[in-house]
Design a protein around this ligand. Structure first.
Ligand SMILES: Cc1cc2nc3c(=O)[nH]c(=O)nc-3n(C[C@H](O)[C@H](O)[C@H](O)COP(=O)(O)OP(=O)(O)OC[C@H]3O[C@@H](n4cnc5c(N)ncnc54)[C@H](O)[C@@H]3O)c2cc1C
Length: 820
């Protein structure tokens, strides 16, 4: 029998272990919030369903941790939740508060759907002035996205909003309109719930009129002038859009619904709620999956759908149900939307760029619908900064990791394209844009974040979108003129001077991505620690060697997933992880196979009673872990342990077979590792030289008491704003220093020039994350401790003190703070 498995078998073992590791991730009792794509499950702490403004205000006031807000949950990238949040599911706040037929105005609770409003106002022959194509969305969700529809002479939803009522982070309820609390009005509308909970809205209504459908097909090249001449200034056109046929993208079906006095051909005033959509679903399946499906749509399905005269009520055309799009299953593939906005004059340039990207990446495009919007009157996250055409891309994608990765790639290309034409991309869809892309597309985001910092100083209102882009600024020094809020959004000249000075300090700036990328290396500490703990109470054969391999690659996958969108690809690092991961894999595979065959036999002969060699092995396992927590593993002297093994253990004694088998197995292990460590020592020094031993930290509120018993923490510089540059020890001692400084109230501004840092800890599996800041970005079970999991938390550096203190108060032990 050979101890080395075939490559194919090894691969299967690893794959199995990876899958087992990942499968266990989903096992937790916390409620899950997902969206229509089913791509974004998020474990929240609790979901509540308030029915009144008072209930919302009370819940917000009394909850200190993160709060997220859910409407219809049709946004597609986790915009409605964040890990461990208290989720306000607004759908029970669905009442009409007041209505005036004469003033054509309605005030509603924010969880109401458009459809419910339509049911209410239709008998008065009134319509919503602006909404999306489908009527399932809530008013609050639509306001927070600042949606648009197919209306001509309109644009973003904010244009039809007279006022809103908002619950702020302190539980106060404020009214905001274009004349009152303007900043909150233009921040909250389109603000994705970042400022507070919209609890009520007053909306302008329009007349419900009869509309006649007019549809024709034309080359795309004619569309811009057709729109300008026949649509743009034609007040009779209520709805209008143009569908570009993929994959040629050179032909459009142009459809307008024009006001008419003719009698309706569609008798219903609203689409029946129980309409059957089986046919529509099958048609979408044919278009997206069948060879020739797209041709059939263009040449058979659409000519049939758009045949003959059709006259209907405006409300009918505005009451579509998203059920018509819902596939039988979203498990392996899912329909997804994206949207891009470009100034009207750039249409002819944008379409070929967009279609080039879609075709080059073989995107399964079902439709691209062109819509029009007048400029936004002033929302801070305005997607229509000028008059724009919107390109609504509807496509199908697989749900596997590689499918998602591919989508991210071409999406970022499309975002770049839209930005290069002076446009933007839409935020309610998958969160793919880099920070730079986000700020380029939404140049006033900084103003929104400054406002958020003022009205939501503890960052209560959060979701995946806010988490991705919101950065709180560090507190200002006393006397800097902004004591009122305690926080400033823009760095003062002084702090920017300090930042510039810091960046010139040698060794100050380290790569932020490393906080995540060092995780797999630390798994090579955590896993031996788990092994040493196991050996202190169990025989070696029962250790989950193959599971440990799966965990390593699983964590590597997590670290890669967390960095690939945000930071440039670091080839050298990935190569290094591949090398250490492979040696870890080989070591654990060999050990797993050996311990589960020969090891089990000799274990059986000793009746599970440990020999001195067993005890020696357990002791060395622990020494090794203690050593590598501070020093590089390859400096551990395996050769000395080999010598000690033969010096300290006898040649004879009870359980002779087990005794000698252990002697030989441990000798082989120590000698092989001594050789390997020697090679790595030479290689590492040749490539990197000796590792740095200090971590530079910019901090404030550093009292002399905080440093009194910290000989390893040095003050390197003091700045005019009373902040200081500190030198902290690295690795495990860094964690200890952070904990002690946090306990003394020291606030970190930057660590190694970075604003975000990862930490890990072991928590009970069912623990819902409820800390004041930070978000869970990694969660995996501890293989030898059922009921516990290791979580990785990404923490803004400025929040580190509050998070570390909150963990201390809950008696959680921080495993590691990843110091880049
Ligand atoms: C099939 C389909 C078609 C679509 N068509 C269009 C379209 O034609 N035009 C268009 O512009 N968009 C369109 N969208 C996007 C859609 O309009 C947005 O995703 C919209 O937010 C959905 O509303 P919702 O009630 O589901 O909001 P949710 O997805 O539940 O929430 C959206 C955001 O609003 C926040 N939020 C929700 N309620 C409140 C509240 N009361 N107070 C504060 N914040 C709140 C949430 O936290 C979240 O950040 C479409 C989406 C789908 C799935």
């Amino acid at each position: 029998m050979t101890l080395t498995p075939s490559p194919r078998r090894l691969f299967l073992i690893i794959l199995l272990a990876v899958l087992v590791g990942r499968g266990a991730l989903a096992a937790t009792d916390a409620p899950v919030v997902n969206d229509i794509t089913q791509l974004n499950p998020i474990h929240v702490r609790e979901i509540i369903t308030p029915t009144s403004v008072e209930e919302v205000a009370a819940a917000v006031k009394s909850h200190d941790g993160p709060i997220s807000i859910g409407g219809g949950r049709f946004s597609m990238g986790g915009q409605t939740a964040t890990d461990g949040a208290l989720q306000l599911d607004m759908r029970q706040m669905d009442k009409v508060v007041s209505f005036s037929q004469e003033a054509k105005e309605i005030t509603v609770q924010a969880g109401i759907t458009w459809r419910k409003i339509q049911d209410y106002i239709d008998p008065y022959s009134l319509s919503l002035r602006i909404m999306q194509t489908y009527a399932n969305f809530t008013v609050g969700g639509s306001l927070s996205v600042n949606v648009h529809g197919r209306y001509i002479g309109q644009g973003p939803l904010v244009r039809s909003v007279k006022a809103i009522r908002l619950v702020l982070a302190d539980g106060s309820v404020v009214r905001a309109s274009p004349d009152e609390n303007r900043d909150l009005f233009y921040g909250a509308i389109g603000g994705y719930g970042s400022l507070g909970v919209i609890v009520e809205a007053t909306l302008a209504l329009a007349d419900d009129v009869r509309v006649e459908r007019q549809s024709s097909v034309m080359p795309l090249s004619r569309y811009a002038s057709f729109f300008k001449e026949h649509v743009r200034n034609n007040s009779a056109v209520i709805f209008h859009n143009a569908d570009i046929y993929p994959n040629a993208f050179d032909t459009v079906r142009v459809t307008s619904y024009v006001k008419t006095e003719k009698p309706v051909t569609v008798k219903e005033r609203l689409i029946p709620k129980d309409a059957n959509y089986d046919l529509d679903r099958n048609v979408f399946a044919v278009i997206s999956e069948w060879p020739g499906g797209k041709w059939m749509r263009q040449h058979i399905v659409d000519p049939w759908v758009f045949r003959g005269e059709r006259i209907e009520w405006r409300n009918y055309e505005a009451s579509y149900d998203v059920r018509e799009l819902e596939p039988a299953s979203r498990k392996k593939a899912t329909y997804v939307l994206q949207e891009y906005f470009v100034p009207v004059a750039r249409l002819d340039e944008f379409v070929p760029t967009m279609s080039g990207i879609l075709n080059r990446h073989h995107v399964n495009t079902i439709n691209v619908s062109i819509r029009h919007a007048l400029p936004d009157p002033g929302t801070l996250l305005a997607w229509a900064r000028t008059e724009v055409f919107a390109f609504v891309l509807y496509y199908k994608q697989g749900t596997s990791d590689s499918d998602r990765k591919a989508v991210h790639e071409w999406t970022r290309e499309l975002i770049d394209a839209a930005i290069s034409f002076g446009g933007a991309y839409y935020l309610p869809y998958q969160i793919v844009a880099t920070k730079a892309q986000f700020h380029a597309a939404y140049p006033r985001a900084g103003e929104l974040f400054a406002l958020k910092q003022r009205v939501d100083p503890t960052n209560k209102f959060r979701n995946r979108l806010i988490d991705a882009y919101y950065e709180r600024k560090a507190p200002e020094a006393p006397g800097s003129g902004s004591e009122g809020s305690g926080w400033s959004a823009k760095p003062t000249t002084e702090s920017s001077n300090i930042e510039a000075e810091l960046r010139s300090v040698k060794g100050y700036q380290r790569d932020e991505a490393q906080t995540y990328l060092t995780l797999p290396e630390w798994i090579l500490v955590f896993s031996p620690a788990e092994y040493a703990r196991w050996l202190s109470a169990h025989e070696p054969a029962g250790f989950p060697y193959f599971g440990a391999i799966g965990q390593f690659w699983g964590y590597y996958h997590d670290a890669y997933a967390l960095t690939k969108q945000k930071y440039p690809f670091n080839f050298g690092y990935h190569l290094m992880v591949f090398v250490i991961g492979t040696s870890f894999t080989v070591e654990n595979t060999l050990k797993g196979l050996y311990e589960n065959t020969i090891g089990r036999v000799t274990e059986w002969t000793s009746h599970g009673e440990p020999t001195p060699e067993d005890r020696f092995g357990a002791r060395v396992a622990q020494e090794y872990v203690d050593f590598i927590r501070v020093d590089p593993w390859y400096e551990f002297s395996f050769f000395r342990r080999f010598q000690e093994l033969w010096r300290e253990t006898q040649f004879s004694g009870p359980h002779l077979l087990r005794k000698w088998e252990r002697k030989l197995a441990l000798s082989l292990e120590y000698l092989a590792k001594a050789q390997y460590a020697m090679l790595i020592t030479l290689g590492t020094k040749a490539i990197y030289g000796d590792a740095d031993s200090e971590m530079l930290v910019w901090a404030t509120n550093v009292s002399s008491e905080a440093l009194a018993h910290e000989p390893k923490i040095k003050v390197l510089r003091q700045f005019a704003d009373s902040s200081e540059l500190l030198s902290l020890p690295r690795y495990e001692e860094f964690r200890d220093a952070v904990e002690r400084l946090s306990a003394e109230g020291v606030i970190f501004r930057e660590i190694a020039g970075n604003r975000e840092i990862l930490m890990t800890l072991t928590v009970p599996s069912a623990w819902p994350y409820d800390l004041p800041a930070g978000r869970v970005v990694i969660s995996r079970p501890i293989l030898t401790e059922p009921g516990n999991r290791r979580i990785g938390i990404a923490v803004p550096v400025t929040e580190l003190q509050s998070v570390v203190s909150a963990l201390g108060a809950r008696h959680f032990v921080i495993e590691h703070v990843f110091d880049y």
